[in-house]
Design a protein around this ligand. Structure first.
Ligand code: SF4
Ligand code: SF4
Length: 461
């Protein structure tokens, strides 16, 4: 028999489960947590001139009636409730407003009023609270018999909220960094150059070989887009990419203009998503590359696969993911690996936006199987994967959300832990920041890795 939500929470070795469940009795407790909207300066940094009028929400909702998908999502819910316990945010808070159907009802009841909807009926604070607590993971859509995709409703609602200047400061501040420096972490060209030189020295020491990590080369076949966290925190992931490029003899470069595989635009508005995607496209065209290769980032790959790919294609440039490239290299015998260097049992965790938005399920698994001794699947895997609990921009809020995120990510870690593996492999920049936090909070014996880290350990140079 499958464990119930309460059992999963109670099984946490953190010793904090009862206290957490008692807080769930105040079902709207999370409402007060997220009240930190962006300030005027932050809005101006991301080019938003806020329309501070609830009438704008009413107009936005009227506009959405032109979208067949949105109308379908509003009209077809049977209130069967199947989706409720599929959402980690509901599991974490016990608040039905934080479930897929509960969240949608906040909009649906306004939608149903049709032309009779008055601005005074729109509770912007409530919409803000619950629509920025959806991590846009799309898990609900897999289980809903009607195929209702709450993540798409969330993106539509956030689009309007962003135009109104209603956006959390942690999302706005991260996006402002991208406009300023080309990456979420605000690393300027000099800092990126220093990191690259440091990693080159380490690689040369480790391998005894001259391995290049080219930056800002003017002519190259291939432009590589890392997550900025790979440059700063997950440097073993960066080494894995570099070793693969080296043994595959790729003519490649990174660019200090665009060192970010993530795209926080998807957590704000379509305009911002396109702005960040277009930044990559523009740089690929300027450099005259034939291919753009994307690094490890779940939601970033979703935006690349569904938007950047088509913009690049208009310019005759291809897009691929580093896992797809690595899989081919291993299959063709160009990349030689020794799986005994990762001599243990590993569980692959599908990042939501690879499995449910990026069509990237088999390639990372095939790569993992080639580079470690043994793998095991968790109960919920592939399209049914559980969210890390930090998507939708929530990772960037390191203040109020820390404990909340530890519980929102617990179901995913729980099922990885139950496989008996001591290693969880989760090749997404958000997961790599979130899962160590969840694992540490719950005190389970697991280590979290990026996939390219393990490739880097196993590769024969
Ligand atoms: S998209 Fe994910 S976080 Fe949002 S309502 Fe659905 S299951 Fe919950
Ligand atoms: S599973 Fe689908 S139809 Fe059922 S309540 Fe949830 S959104 Fe509505």
């Amino acid at each position: 028999m499958k464990p119930k939500i309460r059992d999963i929470i109670m099984e946490s070795p953190s010793g904090k489960a009862e206290d957490w469940l008692s807080r769930q009795k105040d079902i709207e407790w999370a409402k007060s947590v997220s009240e930190r909207p962006a300030k005027e300066k932050q809005l101006s940094d991301i080019g938003v001139e806020p329309v501070r009028d609830t009438g704008h929400f009413v107009d936005g909702l009227q506009q959405l009636k032109k979208s067949r998908a949105f109308v379908g999502f509003m009209e077809s819910c049977t209130h069967c409730g199947i989706c409720i316990d599929k959402c980690h945010m509901f599991i974490s808070t016990g608040d039905v407003n934080n479930s897929p159907v509960g969240r949608a009802e906040l909009v649906r009841k306004l939608y149903r009023k049709g032309k009779r909807l008055k601005p005074a009926a729109v509770d912007i604070r409530k919409l803000y609270t619950y629509y920025y607590q959806c991590t846009e993971c799309r898990r609900c859509s897999v289980f809903c018999p009607q195929g209702i995709d709450q993540s798409e409703i969330t993106r539509n609602v956030r689009n309007i909220l962003t135009e109104m200047g209603e956006i959390p400061e942690y999302v706005a501040a991260t996006m402002a960094q991208v406009y300023r420096t080309g990456n979420n972490m605000g690393l300027n060209a000099k800092s990126v150059g220093s990191v690259v030189n440091f990693i080159k020295e380490e690689l040369n020491e480790e391998t005894g070989k001259q391995i290049d990590l080219p930056l800002d080369r003017e002519k190259a076949d291939l432009l590589f887009i890392p997550s900025s966290a790979d440059l700063f925190v997950n440097t073993d992931t960066l080494k894995g990419y570099t070793k693969v490029m080296h043994v595959m003899k790729k003519d490649w470069t990174m660019s200090t203009f665009t060192t970010e595989a993530a795209n926080f635009g998807i957590f704000a508005s379509e305009k911002h998503l396109r702005d960040f995607g277009d930044r990559v496209v523009g740089e690929a065209v300027r450099k005259g590359v034939k291919t753009v290769v994307w690094g490890e980032c779940g939601h970033g790959w979703r935006t690349a696969n569904n938007y950047v790919r088509y913009e690049l294609a208009k310019k005759g440039i291809e897009l691929t993911h580093v896992h797809q490239m690595t899989e081919k290299g291993i299959e063709r015998g160009i990349i030689k690996v020794d799986r005994n260097r990762n001599d243990d049992l590993y569980n692959y965790h599908d990042p939501c936006n690879y499995a449910r938005g990026g069509n990237l399920i088999n390639e990372p698994r095939n790569v993992l199987k080639a580079v470690v001794r043994e793998t095991v699947e968790a109960e919920y895997t592939k399209q049914e994967t559980l969210c890390c609990g930090a998507g939708g921009g929530l990772l960037a809020d390191e203040k109020d959300w820390n404990e909340y995120r530890a519980w929102a990510g617990w179901p995913a870690v729980y099922y990885a832990w139950k496989t008996g593996a001591h290693h969880m492999v989760s090749p997404c920049a958000i997961d790599k920041a979130q899962f160590p936090h969840v694992i540490g909070y719950h005190k389970v014996e697991l280590q979290n890795h990026g996939l390219m880290d393990l490739v880097g350990y196993a590769i024969e140079i």
